[in-house]
Design a protein around this ligand. Sequence first.
Ligand code: CA
Length: 230
Amino acid sequence: MIDSRPVAVVVEDEPRIRAFVAAALVEDGCRVVETGTARDGLAAVDRAKPALVLLDLGLPDRDGVEFIRDLRRWSTAPVIVLSARSAEAEKIEALDAGADDYLTKPFGVGELLARVRVALRRHPAGRATDAATFDFGDVHVDHLQRVVLRSGERVHLTPIEYRLLSLFIAHAGRVLTHRQLLREIWGAGADTESTYLRVHVGHLRHKLEADPTRPRHIVTETGVGYRFVA
Ligand code: CA
């Protein structure tokens, strides 16, 4: 029998809160995957393709904000942050990093489920295409391990090159403008520095394209930007 319940991944290291959240979600008709670390949480999202992630910001192995930044390289699953009231700045940082909503601890079942329903309405099923690994040509990208292989050989990418590649993959098939890329990587105000971008795209092509002068994957859209073709 196919289980059609929406899947929620709960990433929370405090057992009592995790049990409380999981019980409420099960009661509300979700299937729940419980994890207590960022590492296990990311792996669980990759495996389960959940409709929703509930994330504690204070995790034992890594900061929750970093979890969101990593997750957003490859997953669109809504993230509701569970945070302590004292962590106001952290909460804003989490939203900026790509979280969808937040709950301030302590919270009640009613409040939790109201937020969960809003998130599920927007995003009723996990996207099967959201995966932590991605293949194109002879290149294999693993976002969990942060490893890029070409014909099985490890390719060293700088942080900016890795970030560029992640953006290209996340927007595969669509045009990304110079401005979009500059803002995503260097922040607002970097609009005019398109030479930087050309240099880094050039390096990326040299590392990943069979013929960097005739790129098949990172394609130039003249005067506009780039289109990544898997
Ligand atoms: Ca915690």
